[in-house]
Design a protein around this ligand. Structure first.
Ligand code: FES
Ligand code: FES
Length: 275
C-alpha cells in the first residue's frame, strides 16, 4: 500500500496558518495582510531557511504547525517586552531628541545642535573635529578618551556632552603653552617629557596618557592620596614614586607596552623637567 500525501489546497485553515507569515510567501496573502498593521515594523524578509521550512510544512499539510510556532515566538517576545519594559518597535523608532548646547573647549565656546544622548567623546571628535581624544574601548576601560573637565580627568566616552555644559573642557589640542606649538618649548611639561623619554610607540593611547599624567601630577601636588600612599603609610603629600605613578596612571592602557618610558616621562614632568 502506497502512502501518498497530496499537496493540500490553500483552504481556510491553511490561509489562517499564513497569518503572521512574510507577505511574499505563497500566492494568496489576504490573511497575512490582515495582520500587517499590527506587525509591519517587526516583519522582515524570510531567509532561505524560513522559506525551506515553509515549503516543507506546506508539502505535508502542516501549515498550522508553522502558525503555532510563529504564535509562540511572537507571544514570547511580547511577554518579554511587557516584563522588562522594553520599548515597543514604535517607541524605538521615535526621533532622537536634539538640543542646542554651548561647550567651553580649550577656552573657546562651541555651540552645537546635538542628540541629547551624545557622549562628550563623540561631540569632540564628530562635531568639533577635535580628534586628539581617542575612542579605544568606548566603555571606560582604556583611558584613550581622557580629557579634563574643570581640571579633573574623565573618560569622555562615559560622559554625556550635556553633562559638561558650563564646565571648562581641556583636550590634548589645548594643552600646549601656545595655541600653535612649533617647538618643544611651546609644549606643556608633560608633552615635552613624553617626547624626550619616547613615551609612546604607535601613539594611539598617548593623548589620553598625557592628559591623565597632567591631572595625576596636579592631584599629587594637591596632596591627594592613592592606595599606594596608604600602603606606604604616607598620608600627607605623598612623593610621586614610580609605584605611585603606576597606580595613578593605571586607568590608561597602552597596548604597545610603552609603560617604562611613560613612567619615566611622568616622573620627569612631575619634577618640573622634561629630561
Ligand atoms: S574609549 Fe573611553 S575609556 Fe576607552
Ligand atoms: S603607544 Fe601604542 S597604545 Fe600606547
Amino acid at each position: 500500500m502506497s502512502t501518498h500525501i497530496d499537496k493540500p489546497s490553500l483552504n481556510a485553515s491553511s490561509e489562517n496558518a499564513r497569518e503572521g507569515l512574510p507577505d511574499n510567501v505563497g500566492q494568496d496573502d489576504h490573511a497575512s495582510r490582515s495582520g500587517e498593521h499590527l506587525c509591519a515594523s517587526a516583519r522582515t524578509e524570510p531567509d532561505a531557511e524560513q522559506l525551506e521550512e515553509f515549503k516543507e510544512l506546506e508539502r505535508h499539510g502542516l501549515l498550522s504547525e508553522l502558525s503555532r510556532r510563529r504564535f509562540v515566538q511572537a507571544s514570547s517576545a511580547l511577554a518579554a517586552s511587557l516584563a522588562f519594559g522594553m520599548p515597543s518597535p514604535v517607541e524605538a523608532q521615535e526621533a532622537p531628541h536634539t538640543q542646542t548646547i554651548t561647550l567651553q573647549v580649550n577656552g573657546q565656546p562651541q555651540t552645537l545642535s546635538l542628540d541629547t544622548r551624545t557622549s562628550l567623546l563623540d561631540a569632540l571628535r564628530e562635531y568639533m573635529d577635535l580628534t586628539g581624544a581617542k575612542k579605544g574601548c568606548d566603555h571606560g576601560q582604556c583611558g584613550a578618551c581622557t580629557v579634563l573637565i574643570d581640571g579633573h580627568r574623565v573618560n569622555s566616552c562615559l560622559t554625556l556632552a550635556f553633562a559638561a555644559e558650563g564646565a571648562r573642557i581641556t583636550t590634548i589640542e589645548g594643552l600646549a603653552r601656545t595655541p600653535d606649538p612649533k617647538a618643544i618649548e611651546d609644549l606643556s611639561a608633560v608633552q615635552a617629557a613624553f617626547l624626550v623619554h619616547d613615551g609612546y610607540q604607535c601613539g594611539y593611547c598617548t593623548p589620553g596618557q598625557i592628559i591623565s599624567a597632567t591631572a595625576a601630577i596636579d592631584e599629587q601636588r594637591k596632596g591627594d592620596l592613592s592606595i599606594v600612599s596608604w600602603h606606604n603609610g604616607q598620608s600627607d603629600r605623598p612623593e610621586l614614586t614610580d609605584d605611585e605613578i603606576r597606580e595613578r596612571m593605571s586607568g590608561n592602557i597602552c597596548r604597545c607596552g610603552a609603560y617604562p618610558n611613560i613612567v619615566a616621562a611622568v616622573r620627569a614632568a612631575s619634577k618640573g623637567a622634561s629630561a
